[in-house]
Design a protein around this ligand. Sequence first.
Ligand code: NAD
Ligand code: MG
Length: 390
Amino acid sequence: MKESSDKRHIAILGSTGSIGTQALEVLEANPDSFVLEVLTAHSSADLLIEQALKFKPNCVVIGDESQYKKVQDVLFDEGIKVYAGADSLAQVVQMEEIDIVLTALVGYAGLRPTMAAIEAGKHIALANKETLVVAGDIVTELAKQKGVNIYPVDSEHSAIFQCLVGEFHNPIEKIYLTASGGPFRGQTREQLASVTKAQALKHPNWDMGAKITIDSASMMNKGLEVIEAKWLFGLKPEQIDVIVHPQSIVHSIVQFEDGSMKAQMGLPDMKLPIQFALAFPERLKSDFPRFNFLNYPQLTFEQPDPKTFRNLALAFEAMKLGGNQPCILNAANEVVVDAFLKDKVTFLQMSDIIEQCMQKVAFIQKPNYDDYVATDAETRSVASQLIKND
Ligand code: NAD
Ligand code: MG
């Protein structure tokens, strides 16, 4: 057994979500490699308590302050410290004991704690792609200054990262991000006009949180991932391509300057990229189900359809314009996805509102952190107004 100092000490932000709970399975299966220091949740107090009683972290944070007492009442006797609110989230990630912060919370809320963790020199295992979409320039610059690594958890970016191991000195010619195409692959705009939230929430290959599942149905997830890839791997927009691969077995591809292409494959299971990010450069032995070629006699590839799935085109446009445009795209998307989940807008209206926000909110070429905060707030208010007037 390794000494505690040889083990990686982990904080999981968003431990009650899809990525968070799978990360805990990885930690549970590898007690010799990891020590859990921090768990956090937004409002799922009961699950947070259950996880804390099982994993005995140093401390927990509940985002929703009204649930502080409930959590504190149970965990106090266990010697587990309990904090509440967004400020606490940004503070606990700076705890001395932590080596890596897994950002498994959803949306713009990830930006501040991720910046705080990097500021304190913590490595990041990044699931929260929205952070890089909103402010990729300042986040990657700060990480460089602080000597902090950002290990991708998103399966496509983990695939690219795995293909790059041993190749870091070789320039990338281009990358292909694979996309499953989601539940509405091949449908026309007429068909999309009447799709329901229940249909959109049924992803063919992955079981994920509600927001990313809607993003996958609308192709915004791939759009966000294109921008995420730009920042993670230092790419130009024209070096990033998307290819639809409905089986989700090839997780992404790197093409090098000699024309050789490397792909990373496996069954769709987020535990693998989570574990790879937390244990890098080691590959820990696992009992995850293995891929069998005979179960997949055909792996197929097709062009995406950005005319029907306009979010993909909007994301490419935002990436090319740069500045605060991706931040506007992200904030508008968070508002419309929430509205779609509450039956306040239709599936196709989501792209219309995002596009209008990109036109209405003032463009800033070189935003600083405060500009991003202001852009996010302004976009949310513009998007909400557009939804009300509709
Ligand atoms: P989820 O909705 O299942 O879980 C989100 C977690 O974040 C929960 O623990 C919740 O309590 C917490 N949270 C939500 N809002 C918060 C807030 N405002 N402040 C603090 N905590 C908050 O989401 P998920 O599917 O696990 O996705 C998490 C992130 O990982 C997203 O950015 C998503 O895009 C990314 N991701 C997820 C998958 C996947 O398979 N689920 C794959 C790739 C990337
Ligand atoms: Mg992904």
